[in-house]
Design a protein around this ligand. Structure first.
Ligand SMILES: *Cc1c(COP(=O)(O)O)cnc(C)c1O
Length: 360
């Protein structure tokens, strides 16, 4: 069996140990004679799986007790509507920093429900940097400030959080979930789709400070009401059971690596290998301002579309797949999430060096 090095932005690689464990438990989960796919979400066995997953999140992310951890569906994109419906209901306005397509979509969706304001944007340079803001830029009466902390498409990450004073801060961390330590207490809400770094597609994890709950607009669909989901421990209806189980396996894997700090150290190592090469190469270069570079998503270009296409084609043939950049940016993008081994990045760089030699 030959597995490729998969640099997909999402859905993306899962740790091989996790896939093997899931395969071994496929037909008979812990002696209960059935697969997790087949069992009732009200069963004792599944109840333990979802509770264990929540406990692991709390432990790995050091989540304070006054936060709820919700297991939801509909992807991060569904939260773009749920967030304004649940939280944009005091002064009916919210501030957004537009750092790419995902932040923009969240902003546009919120604008349907209240006064959404773009406080800053990096659209002027194809979102290749994170705009600087100060507390004075935000409306003190805003119901929240919204950011997308790691920008999957453009390869940027907030090097530090914006100073927002007492305004609740909400962040989309889809593409950096559990890739580095994050101080949850700095956020009112922090959430992400699972398919980038913590599970297969189908699960969205939303972590909410309790005082944010209970203020949803009357029009909020029951399924998008965080209070309802919190009151029912994410079991108001059938949750994505198997994906939650896979998520639990990934969290156990992270714990076995030594936790988020250990995974972070490895992620820095991987990103350094790739960025150091990009900064020294005379063919390939990074598209992102140095201080704002993502550890997870690394876009790069040769500056020549034909050469980019040739590189992607030859890399694919050599077992380095899904390196084509997002259609809105072009070039290449290597997503190097938690599950990508150091060896995968080392081998990619070796391949890039050979390509550079052969084509210059
Ligand atoms: C992928 C992604 C999304 C969209 O996620 P869906 O689950 O497809 O809705 C939103 N935000 C970020 C940062 C992403 O990387």
């Amino acid at each position: 069996m030959a597995r490729v090095y998969n640099f997909s932005a999402g859905p993306s690689m899962l740790p091989e140990e996790v896939l093997k464990k899931a395969a071994a438990e496929m037909l008979d989960y812990e002696g209960c004679g059935q697969s997790v796919m087949e069992m009732s979400h009200r069963s004792k066995t599944f109840d333990k799986i979802i509770k264990d997953a929540e406990q692991l999140f709390r432990e790995l992310m050091n989540i304070p007790d006054n936060y709820k951890v919700l297991f939801l569906q509909g992807g991060a994109s569904t939260q773009f509507a749920a967030i304004p419906m649940n939280f944009m209901n005091k002064n009916k306005k919210a501030d957004f920093i537009i750092t790419g397509q995902w932040a923009k979509k969240a902003y546009q969706e919120a604008a349907k429900y209240g006064a959404a304001r773009a406080v800053a944007s990096s659209a002027d340079k194809t979102f290749s940097y994170i705009p600087k803001t100060t507390a004075a830029d935000f409306d003190k009466d805003a119901d929240y400030v919204y950011i997308c902390m790691n920008n999957t498409i453009y390869g940027t990450k907030f090097p530090e959080l914006p100073e927002v004073g007492d305004i609740p801060l909400i962040a989309d961390i889809s593409s950096m979930f559990l890739s580095e330590p994050v101080d949850v207490s700095k956020f009112a809400v922090i959430y992400g789709g699972a398919q980038k770094n913590i599970a297969p597609a189908g699960l969205t994890v939303v972590i909410i400070r309790e005082d944010m709950l209970g203020n949803a607009m009357d029009i909020t669909p029951t399924m998008l009401n965080y209070q309802v989901m919190a009151d029912n421990d994410s079991l108001y209806n059938t949750p994505p059971c198997y994906t939650i189980y896979m998520c639990k396996l990934v969290l156990e894997w992270i714990k076995a690596q030594g936790g988020v700090e250990a995974v972070y150290a490895t992620n820095i190592k991987k990103a350094d290998i790739l960025y150091n090469y990009l900064d020294s190469s005379s063919m390939f270069s990074s598209t992102v301002a140095k201080e704002d570079r993502s550890l997870m998503n690394v876009p790069f270009v040769t500056g020549n579309d034909e050469l980019d296409a040739k590189f992607v084609k030859e890399a694919t043939a050599a077992g380095f797949v899904n390196l084509k950049g997002h259609r809105s940016v072009g070039g290449m993008r290597a997503s190097i999430y938690n599950a990508m081994p150091v060896e995968g990045v080392e081998k990619l760089v070796e391949f890039m060096k050979e390509f550079e030699k052969a084509n210059s």
